[in-house]
Design a protein around this ligand. Structure first.
Ligand code: PLP
Length: 401
């Protein structure tokens, strides 16, 4: 009896609180549940092999976990300095100088972030004012548009060339206006797997030279470039580095996407503004993990060996896909492989992915999810950051197509 009374009293309170909740005006009215969540949920409901969302299904180096444990046991568990643990910032500066030949000052030019996602949002919030335009090249990572909107900016979307996903500098030039505050680039590129060449970077450098346009260079896949090509970091190009927030992610490099630790390297004036937002956004990032990463980054082998590690997975996956009616697109970098589905089906990309997950048992992501207006070109993306047995299982299923 008392239980019943309590329950109805609670429902009454809940009803009252729902009724009295003030009306809300969404800051992001166009944002709903992402296709990544939809496909992952469907994949787990159907027991499908999940090659949709981009994360490894294998463990990181146990040495890295030991390093975090050691840091915790040493008592390194309180707030670190706002900009990040100094030894980690120094290790990053050393790495960037060794591989991209640019010196960043660890004290004033490198900031540790809660993954690349926070780095990109913070960079945008720190420089984009109401009404400023920011150019993004579509297809692109889905956080860019909402981040620009939160800053009060206007997203100017320039398509990468359909089919090849290469930048078209005439189109980028045409999109620039006196209100352009920044451009966001991403190489190696999610979702297409293309990698910008030295000539691409030089063309961008030339285009931006006479302007005040800032660059946000999303380089989270910097250590996943294949076939002997080199990653062309914005840090390598003086005319780009002087205006760039160069963003990277330890989650991608060390197979620990859930740790959410990344960094931004930018000239002191940009870093100064970046940190003003950073300190009232996250303030600081996980201390023991930063200490562990500082130790781990001191050895270059893990990131230097990463291209071979992923190239082997790419080659295995591509060889298996050649035995299907899915048409392979090039994959120069990242851990994503795109395929053209037009010989298998007439379905739209999103319907194809739902069908593939439910009926064939393999989850993929439609490329249309990376375009604000949902452009459909019958291309879907698989993630091959998976154990050999996972890739073989997926290939067995795909070979029935
Ligand atoms: C292009 C791109 N940028 C940024 C991120 C976010 O990286 P992080 O997990 O470090 O926030 C991702 C993750 O998938 C990505 O693909």
């Amino acid at each position: 009896m008392i239980w019943k009374w309590n329950n109805s009293f609670t429902s009454l309170l809940l009803t009252l609180s729902i009724m009295t909740c003030p009306s809300l005006q969404s800051r992001l009215p166009h944002v709903g549940t992402t296709i990544f969540t939809v496909m992952s949920t469907l994949a787990s409901e159907k027991g499908a092999v999940n090659l949709g969302q981009g994360f490894p299904d294998f463990s990181c180096d146990p040495g890295l976990i030991d390093a975090v444990t050691r840091a915790m046991q040493k008592g390194l568990n309180q707030y670190p300095p706002m900009a990040g643990v100094p030894t980690l910032r120094e290790a990053i500066a050393t790495k960037i100088e060794a591989i991209y030949a640019r010196q960043y000052c660890a004290t004033t030019e490198i900031t540790i972030t809660a993954g690349a996602t926070q780095a990109i949002l913070t960079a945008i919030l720190s420089v984009v004012h109401n009404g400023d335009e920011v150019i993004v090249l579509e297809p692109c990572y889905d956080s860019y548009g909402p981040n620009i909107e939160l800053a009060g900016g206007i997203t100017v979307r320039v398509p990468l060339t359909p089919g090849t996903f290469r930048p078209n500098f005439d189109n980028i030039a045409a999109a620039m206006s006196p209100r352009t505050r920044a451009i966001i680039i991403n190489s190696p590129h999610n979702p297409s797997g293309t990698v910008w060449s030295a000539s691409d970077m030089q063309q961008l450098e030339k285009l931006l030279a006479p302007s005040n346009v800032l660059l946000i260079s999303d380089e989270v896949y910097e250590h996943m470039v294949f076939d002997g090509q080199q990653h062309q970091s914005a840090a390598r190009y003086p005319g780009l580095a002087e205006r760039a927030f160069v963003v990277s992610s330890f989650g991608k490099t060390y197979h620990v996407t859930g740790w959410k630790v990344g960094y931004v390297a930018a000239p002191a004036a940009l870093t100064h503004e970046f940190r003003k937002v950073h300190q009232f956004n996250v303030f600081t990032v996980n201390t023991p993990v930063q200490h562990a990463l500082a130790d781990y980054l001191a050895q270059p082998a893990p990131y230097l060996n990463l291209p071979d590690f992923y190239q082997e997975k790419r080659d295995l996956f591509r060889a298996g896909l050649r035995q299907t009616r899915l048409k392979l697109l090039p994959c120069e970098g990242t851990y994503f492989q795109c395929v053209d589905t037009s010989e298998v089906s007439d379905l739209s990309e999103a319907d194809f992915c739902k069908w593939l997950t439910s009926e064939v048992g393999v989850a993929a992501i439609p490329l249309s999810a990376f375009y604000a207006a949902g452009y459909d070109q019958q291309v879907v993306r698989f993630c091959f950051a998976k154990k050999t047995e996972t890739l073989n299982l997926a290939l067995e299923k795909l070979q029935t197509l």
